[in-house]
Design a protein around this ligand. Structure first.
Ligand code: PMP
Length: 305
């Protein structure tokens, strides 16, 4: 998906022109995947653009850095403000927001501790990650032959850049096999998540998602959807799922900031059926919430001002 250029990128405290936002080829993170990042969305609301759950995303960014013993040379509050400033100066109503903290130029080798930490924030307009039509018609999924990494191989609670090679391998396999997206099982064989999304099923009116011990990322959309579903009066469970639970689901969908809430049409060619009633209701509510149309969840929105 080509990136749509905007005006300015925040780099280490300065707003620089998009084309000037460059780094050295010996940047540590380029060689060893030693960066941490976030994916956030700002939505157009009646009161102007607002970033959805910005403080939660930045808290997760700092948790990711903590897991890699990386000291981000800014406070979470400064990064929150910098994200809002970057959306504001680029004059966008709605956009994707990508902060990244990475080990920069100066040292090379596998001891990352002496490396400088650089931070940048880019924003650009980005439609639904799996395509606009995915929101309506749903996606075809396959269970990948690649396993989600064991938590003792990598800290899977981190959004670490190097960790995403696992997701990319599964994504390539899915695309080359003619599917839209992959589901990864963990090393014990339980369902974990997708390459950049969490997964939910509906069975007998109950919403079920793999627990975090499955190795799934603690998705902020996952948390939002569980909160919304409980508030709507549905039972929500976090538990171990086997691949046959996916095949036998009444409904299934995936959640993520980039993908948003996308129905799953089939898994490994087992049809799940037309988009289910609960999936549709949660999807509609989610979109109303991010657009600031539901009073109860207004404090999830950080208005850019
Ligand atoms: N799992 C993975 C592996 C991801 O990269 C993402 C996207 N950050 C998610 C799940 C969904 O997380 P969120 O809802 O916070 O975007």
């Amino acid at each position: 998906m080509p990136i749509e250029k905007t005006d300015k990128i925040w780099m280490d405290g300065e707003l620089v022109a998009w084309d000037e936002a460059r780094i050295h080829v010996l940047t540590h993170s380029l060689h060893y995947g030693s960066g941490v990042f976030e994916g956030i969305r700002a939505y157009a609301t009646a009161d102007g653009p607002a970033v959805f759950r910005l403080k939660d995303h930045i808290a997760r960014l700092f948790d990711s850095a903590h897991l890699f013993l990386m000291d981000i040379p800014y406070s979470p509050e400064e990064i929150v403000e910098a994200c809002k400033e970057t959306v504001r100066v680029n004059g966008l109503d709605s956009c994707y927001v990508r902060p990244i903290a990475f080990l920069g130029y100066g040292e090379i080798g596998l001891n990352p501790l002496p490396c400088p930490v650089n931070v940048s924030i880019a924003v650009w307009p980005w439609g639904s990650y799996l395509g606009e039509e995915s929101l309506n018609a749903g996606v075809r999924m396959m269970v990948s032959s690649w396993r989600r990494m064991d938590p003792n191989v990598n800290p899977v609670a981190a959004k670490g850049t190097g960790i995403y090679i696992n997701s990319s391998l599964a994504k390539i396999e899915a695309i080359k096999s003619g599917y839209d997206e992959a589901i990864l099982l963990n090393t014990q064989g339980f369902v974990s998540e997708c390459t950049g999304e969490n997964i939910f099923i509906v069975k007998n009116g109950v919403l079920i998602t793999p627990n975090l011990a499955s190795g799934a990322l603690a998705g902020i959309t996952r948390d939002s959807v569980m909160t919304i579903a409980r508030d709507l009066g549905y039972e929500v469970r976090e538990e171990s799922l086997l691949r046959h639970d996916l095949y036998l689901a009444d409904e299934a969908f995936l959640t993520g900031t980039a993908a948003e809430l996308v129905p799953i049409r089939s898994v490994d060619d087992r049809e799940i059926g037309p988009v289910g009633e609960l999936t549709r209701k949660l999807q509609e509510t989610y979109f109303a919430v991010v657009r600031g149309e539901v009073e109860r969840y207004r404090d999830w929105l950080d208005y850019v001002g």
